[in-house]
Design a protein around this ligand. Structure first.
Ligand code: A2P
Length: 309
């Protein structure tokens, strides 16, 4: 299962997980099964909104790896903030399991549950139909209920800035165990990461390779560090995160990449020297700062980390 990290509730989480966003139907089941059965992944990152959880579940079962040995994460979609259990139940049914290891609030933006579209409701003026009356602290209360009911072992957030976390922390009975963010060498979010550390919240990195068509893979600094250690550039990008105590969630449906991302990340985390990590840490500040994921929300909605610091 590779290296593990500890959550603030004492549970363990495998430091490398397979991402499934944009993994297509017809590809994702075999990718998941391959990752678990042939490579040794024990952590799959899913979401209701990815629209592929049924196939992810098929892949998990096809792998033959017992449910109890796999760490499964899913995420609550915006149109369900006032009815968390409904979204969770759909996810559990699709995945074919009766509990999740981790359930996240996908984005800190509640959307109109009765809007004109079940996933991306719009107002007549074409703007996103945000559910402004709904408070995130009430979403979090319902998330906590799911832990009490035994449907999820741990709860956390995703795409939450410090300001958004401060909307739930004062009334939270359970501190989020993770904040899943776009994190990679071009978007290290150093300030937010140190805030999370101060609260005991573990950072998780989505798009750790910078997503499809990534310029990260041809970054000269990352390439030269890779060459020095006889690693691939992708290994360095992932190992950098693992070495910093950040969960990495690389997505791939290509068997060779699924395998090399796992073994390469472990090997790179071991080989990278402090000086290498410092160089990679400094790339964004040296002019390379870049995000690859655009949030599907108006930017005025409290993304202090958006546009990037
Ligand atoms: P594919 O799934 O076709 O293999 P991220 O995890 O940063 O979002 O990146 C995912 C994207 O990067 C996908 O397009 C995936 O393609 C590709 N990818 C995943 N692993 C590697 C790798 N080791 N080398 C090059 N591209 C990769």
């Amino acid at each position: 299962g590779g290296p593990k990290l500890k959550l603030n509730n004492g549970a363990e989480i495998p430091a490398i997980g397979l991402g499934t966003w944009q993994s297509k139907l017809g590809e994702v089941a075999s990718a998941v099964s391959y990752a678990l059965k042939e490579v040794g992944y024990r952590h799959i990152d899913c979401a209701w909104a990815y629209g592929n959880e049924k196939e992810v579940g098929e892949g998990i079962r096809a792998s033959g790896v017992p449910r109890s040995e796999v760490f499964i994460t899913s995420k609550l979609w915006g149109t369900f903030h006032n009815r968390v259990e409904e979204c969770l139940d759909e996810t559990l049914a699709n995945l074919g399991t009766d509990y999740l290891d981790l359930y996240l609030v996908h984005w800190p933006i509640p959307l109109n549950p009765k809007g004109n579209h079940p996933v991306f409701p719009l107002l007549p003026n074409g703007k996103r139909d945000v559910y402004h009356e709904w408070k995130l602290k009430d979403t979090w209360k319902q998330m906590e209920e799911m832990v009490k009911k035994g449907k999820v072992r741990s709860i956390g957030v995703s795409n939450f800035s410090e300001a958004k976390l401060e909307e739930i922390l004062p009334t939270a009975e359970i501190i989020p165990v993770v904040d899943q963010l776009e994190l990679h060498v071009y978007n290290p979010q150093h300030k937010l990461i140190s805030y999370l550390k101060s609260k005991g919240i573990l950072p998780q990195a989505y798009s750790p390779l910078g997503s499809a068509g990534s310029p990260l893979l041809t970054d000269e600094v990352a390439q030269s560090i890779a060459a020095k250690h006889s690693l691939q550039t992708a290994d360095v990008l992932l190992g950098y995160l693992i070495a910093k105590g950040i969960v990495a969630l690389p997505k791939s449906v290509t068997p060779a990449r699924i395998a090399s991302n796992f073994t390469g990340a472990i090997s790179a985390a071991d080989k990278l020297e402090t000086a290498d990590i410092e160089k990679l840490d400094g790339l964004a500040a040296a002019g390379k700062q870049k995000r690859f994921i655009t949030p599907p929300w108006p930017v005025e909605l409290g993304f202090e980390h958006w546009p990037p610091l």
